[in-house]
Design a protein around this ligand. Sequence first.
Ligand SMILES: *Cc1c(COP(=O)(O)O)cnc(C)c1O
Length: 380
Amino acid sequence: MIGTQEKGSTSGVPETPAGERGPVYVTRAFLPPFETFTELMRGVWDRGQLTNNGPLVQQFERALAEQIGLAHPLFLVNGTIALNLIIRALELKGEIITTAFSHPVTTTSILWEGCTPVFVDIDQDTFCIDPAAIEERITPATSAILATHVYGLPCDVEAIEAIALRHGLKVIYDGAHAFGTRYKGESLLNYGDVSSTSFHATKVFHTVEGGSVHTRSEALYTRLRLLRTMGQVGEGFHAVGLNAKNSELHAAMGVANLPFLDEILAQRRHQWERYATGLASAPVHLARIPADTEYNHSYFPAVLPTEEALLRVRAALNAVDIHPRRYFSPAVTELPFIGRTGECPIAESVAHRVLCLPLYHGLSDAIIDEVVDIVSRTLR
Ligand SMILES: *Cc1c(COP(=O)(O)O)cnc(C)c1O
């Protein structure tokens, strides 16, 4: 079956031949060679074990520790439940400082666990929480800081750690975009008291659905592990847990995809830089990659001068069947069930003007050039 693959493509997804492109979406899931996956399925069928910490889950967690250097990996059902599990495991109460610019679940996980989110604005160059604005929002009720490494760009982890130390707060990172980013030679997911990530099919690396948590603390790891399996050990129940564990089938996708990670990241770097070079003279504000960062290039956000310009650019791209995405829009503070519009003006302004351009494994230079050309011409 190897012959069905395009030459030069190691993944299971053939590249779209130039000139015959179909619709272009903001992302497209990498798929490993079909035979690699079915071989892993053969083993699952032979063993008859589909879930409950099976050998593929253990193999995937070991690979995350050994190949990526991740602290205490726990493979979970998704990146949303990962946040709930963390807040529960840390027994957080009261107020949690968080960012106004993230996926809504960063905030809803706080609400779901009965805590109160307190919003802080962002740095407009990295889209991450502005550490200089954190301290004024700390009260005696504050228990933690939950920040997002937006688009895989690192938060100012040193400044946040210093603030947390001064005030005795826990630091949690929503690293849903951050898998593959390294900061000062170390996975970004190893920073803070604990981090989550997402392995959803739309992310830079995926297990169809999935996520994980990482902590250097042995005690917190043990607690998270217990809560992941409904608080159950053997036949006994010991805590108020969740069913947050993932299956052998999802772990198989992780095991099959992991050997391609370096290739995926290298290609994304090329694609990202091609966009950045192409748009260098266009009136768009691009992300600043902080120093000491090996970036995973998980998204290509372009901040347009106005929302009106964004709508024109999007319409021009949609007209040729290219579909960028507005995330995150609106800002979390503006969500109807949050109702804190006006609290974080930078986040809200960026949320109205940011467009993520198509970026995925197999996206051709020709399509990138086409997007660059349309964006530039529309803004001229
Ligand atoms: C995707 C995403 C999540 C949720 O992850 P799932 O695995 O889809 O549950 C959480 N936070 C951020 C910032 C995300 O982009």
